[in-house]
Design a protein around this ligand. Sequence first.
Ligand SMILES: *Cc1c(COP(=O)(O)O)cnc(C)c1O
Length: 425
Amino acid sequence: MRNDTTSPISAHVEMAERFAAHNYAPLPVVIAEGDGAWVTDVTGRRYLDCLAGYSAMNFGHRHPRIVAAAREQLERLTLISRAFHHDQFGPFCAELVDLTRTAGFAGDTMVLPMNTGAEAVETALKVARKWGYERKGVPDGRASVIVASGNFHGRTLTIVSFSDDPDAHDHFGPYTPGFRRVPYGDAAAIEAAIDETTVAVLLEPIQGEAGVIVPPRGYLAEVRRLCTERGVLLLADEIQSGLGRTGTTFACELEGVVPDLLILGKALGGGILPVSAVVGDASVLGVLRPGQHGSTFGGNPLACAVGRAVVDLLRDGTYQARARELGVILHARLRELVGRGLREVRGVGLWAGIDVDPTLGSGRDVCAALADRGVLAKDTHGSTIRLSPPLVVERADLEWAVDQLADVLATARRRGLSAASLSNH
Ligand SMILES: *Cc1c(COP(=O)(O)O)cnc(C)c1O
């Protein structure tokens, strides 16, 4: 990467390192503008954004229809609190419910809007516990929730309590009890873990942070069957997998599964502000009565206006189709690199987890070399990189990004990754 100490890039990086907590280790790229799938740094250099804010930017940077909705709302009303109604709230909830109809939600479906993804996961867990005590008859204080190994559901104390990632988990105790972790992708393990205290199974239909892990075919459908049979709620965390990424509106649709609670976030905020939501039937979400849960900012007018624009973009299936069609191209191109620097390629739609041959270097080394070539991507664990470009990416740009990856891997195989990273300069 560029290490010239007098560059505007190093000035920004140094300021961030001096004054901001080091809870991330960003690549030394300083972005100033974004447009669609492309961003521009403080020196005017352009990059194709193949991370897309961990799928928060599914519709690209500054999508004109989302920006227009936000602008219009900024001129009218931004916050009033849930103490009163406002004119964006009902329409947002109704339109989001309508979007879930395509995924099989029927009956009295309702929405509980929150802000961040972690808050929505916490909301779903609170609802599941309350449902367990009030509807299922679990003795008070004994509810348990089954979660999967390799899970990522956010960063709150309760959520990190059941993470098996040592970085996310360690030294943040004492931990919230009431969670049982079983191997991901193993429905029999869930069946064995269910007992009379089990109120819910919480899963990502495809695990994002773990490296875009797609479970075996039939897994979700089998978990759905088990949950129904044993009277346990299925909570689907679609914060990263939902809203078009996999080529369907929700990843659960890939197996025709309707969860009891659908947890949304990231792209729901249109890349403008945090908007999350829990969607579920009145028989479950209805356990919350006034005063029992809330958020000052959840469901605010600006968030609802932006969320309505996002829902509207997803209505006719155009973006889902793009993710599906471009995803076929992306995966075909990536599979050609297996044995040529990649060990494995996983994923669905415009979402890929790739394992780089660890003898070539770390995922971060590859991401640094990609950034040198104008492609932004993010490593997750070790040698795994996640690719999740905005759904608005052009086919030629997507293929160009894979060309850059192929070039980085080819150079690394000849001369090592440090050479691959420097070869552009
Ligand atoms: C990002 C993410 C979260 C947490 O969302 P935040 O908005 O960062 O709190 C939860 N679950 C999944 C699957 C995610 O990808």
